[in-house]
Design a protein around this ligand. Structure first.
Ligand SMILES: C[S@@+](CC[C@H](N)C(=O)[O-])C[C@H]1O[C@@H](n2cnc3c(N)ncnc32)[C@H](O)[C@@H]1O
Length: 302
């Protein structure tokens, strides 16, 4: 997202405060907010130094002040990208919030299956991180292949983090990653050992289109999605930015779409387009009149 010059944290920040770490921290958090919209919570600000250590090493910098000075000194897109990647919260796990995945499997997907006469299923995970969320969905669909045989299934997974998307594309997860939420049966069925790690098999990987994209400058999504996930992403945005993301999601949904957010997130107070879903507890659907204004129940403009 382009910033007006005066709002660029790299120009307005300063490292020469009485407490140099505070000054440097302000530069880093300003950069993160300007590039991604994410505001560093206090607990994450405490972990900033640890998160940035690999960046110092990779760029041969001695400490946080040196990093801040380099950022302010001259434009270094690669360094900025590395700092932003390091500060983003990419926390994710397989089948995170199991009851939501249970609802997707038992209620939401069967509903879409019954309604979608063109036999096309479109899913968008916005803020997919390293991919556990969409691989979990792909596993659910593969485990239920008899139902979906003959269907065209499109899964788009986007994230602003180039590092997270690069990792997601490999489909490689550590032992620790797979122990967090992935049932052993699914691990053995859909993953292959890869050294000390596990790799999602090619059937799973080919189902998902991973792309780097900023929700405030979104290019990747096209047309409308039946199921939209934007989970644990809105939490660190300002109210204005939440509204803006929810407007974007509304533009890529139709009257029958279902939106799922993280457990601590809601549309209430942030959206004129979405309301709590009448049937799917914890899910959101388009407000009837808002959906009518933007098209029919299952319109899809791809
Ligand atoms: C905590 S993770 C959530 C991952 C996954 N949705 C889940 O719930 O397990 C939040 C993700 O949002 C991404 N993110 C933050 N700001 C973003 C932006 N402006 N555009 C796209 N993705 C963003 C981060 O890079 C991070 O991977």
């Amino acid at each position: 997202m382009a910033l007006p010059p005066s709002a660029d944290p790299l120009l307005s920040g300063s490292v020469s405060s009485a407490d140099p770490m505070r000054g440097a921290a302000r530069i880093f958090s300003g950069l993160l907010e300007a590039r991604t919209g994410q505001i560093l919570s206090e607990s994450r600000a405490w972990r900033m130094e640890t998160a940035l250590k690999p960046v110092l090493r990779a760029h041969g910098l001695s400490d946080m002040d040196a990093l801040a000075s380099r950022l302010m000194g001259h434009k270094d897109a690669m360094l900025e990208n590395d700092v932003v990647n390091a500060l983003l919260n990419n926390e994710s796990s397989f089948f995170r919030d199991l009851q939501i995945f249970d609802m997707i499997h038992r209620h939401i997907l069967p509903r879409i299956h019954a309604q979608r006469s063109d036999r096309t299923l479109r899913i968008w995970s916005a803020g997919c991180s390293t991919g556990q969320e969409v691989y979990s969905l792909a596993i659910q669909l593969c485990n239920d292949m008899a139902r979906w045989r003959g269907w065209r299934i499109e899964i788009l997974a986007t994230d602003i983090s180039t590092a997270a998307i690069a990792q997601a594309k490999t489909g490689i997860f550590t032992q620790m990653d797979v122990q967090r939420g992935l049932p052993v049966g699914d691990l053995l069925k859909w993953f292959d050992p890869s050294g000390d790690d596990w790799r999602a098999n090619s059937a799973l990987r080919q189902m998902i289109d991973f792309r780097t994209d900023n929700l405030f400058d979104a290019h990747a999504p096209q047309g409308e999605y039946d199921l939209l996930l934007c989970r644990n992403v809105l939490l660190y945005f300002t109210p204005e930015r939440r509204q803006s993301v929810l407007r974007l999601l509304a533009r890529h949904s139709h009257a029958g779409s279902v939106l799922l957010l993280g457990a601590g997130e809601t549309v209430i107070g942030h959206s004129e387009d979405f309301v709590p879903h009448a049937e799917f507890r914890g899910g959101y659907g388009r407000r009837a009149d808002a959906a009518a204004q933007s098209g029919g129940a299952m319109r899809r403009a791809v």
